[in-house]
Design a protein around this ligand. Sequence first.
Ligand SMILES: Nc1ncnc2c1ncn2[C@@H]1O[C@H](COP(=O)(O)OP(=O)(O)OP(=O)(O)O)[C@@H](O)[C@H]1O
Length: 236
Amino acid sequence: MSGPALVIDGLTVEFGRFRAVDNLSLVVDYGQVHALIGPNGAGKSTVLNVIAGVSPAKSGRISLGDIELTGLTEAQIARHGVRRKFQKPSVFEALTVRENIEIGLGVAPGRAPAGRIEEVLDMVDLTSLAAASAGALAHGQKQWLEIGMVLASDPKILMLDEPVAGLTDEERARTASLVRALRRPDRAIIVVEHDMGFVEQIADKVTVLHEGRTLFEGPMSRVRADPRVVEVYLGR
Ligand SMILES: Nc1ncnc2c1ncn2[C@@H]1O[C@H](COP(=O)(O)OP(=O)(O)OP(=O)(O)O)[C@@H](O)[C@H]1O
């Protein structure tokens, strides 16, 4: 599969009289890591919230292939394979790493398809910690576990909100290779992140948002050279 995964067309989101997203159109392609960047308040998290069905759109459409997501509930959108990892890890600390992945799979205990939990543990490099309590993990390991929980359901659209906030340099580097390794022709990955070094390592395409609109779109090398982006975001 290649080509458009998620198509956002003329999306407007308002909170009271404040317009957080303003007639935004954006296409996220399969097989790519697409980063959303921009200053605080640009509307990045709001876009993720609307895709996930958490916030309503005032107008516009979001579609996944021929499925229109706007108007569906959060649970329906998740069942269509659109999954999100929040910024703060929310793993079940009293359970083991393995049990957390099992929860991510959405099956009753002991009902996971043979080998699937091991496969996911391997993807997020937590095989050696499978029996450890999730509460005992380092912050970075909790982030990877939560990525694993989201990954377990084999999402078509994987959204990561600030996946390296609060991580060490080494953890950031490992997260970058993890995210790169998650690219597949039948999956699109959307990442919201302020760490530009990280974005440079992972993103195939970058959209810069400013005041709810697209300021620039292209590869990171061109984004860095754009005077408007430097003025409103990178140069500050
Ligand atoms: N539930 C809400 N009610 C009112 N205003 C909101 C709500 N959610 C977001 N906003 C406002 O919408 C604007 C966009 O917020 P959003 O969180 O999407 O920005 P962001 O680009 O993700 O910023 P950051 O990088 O700081 O996370 C901000 O001005 C914010 O205060």
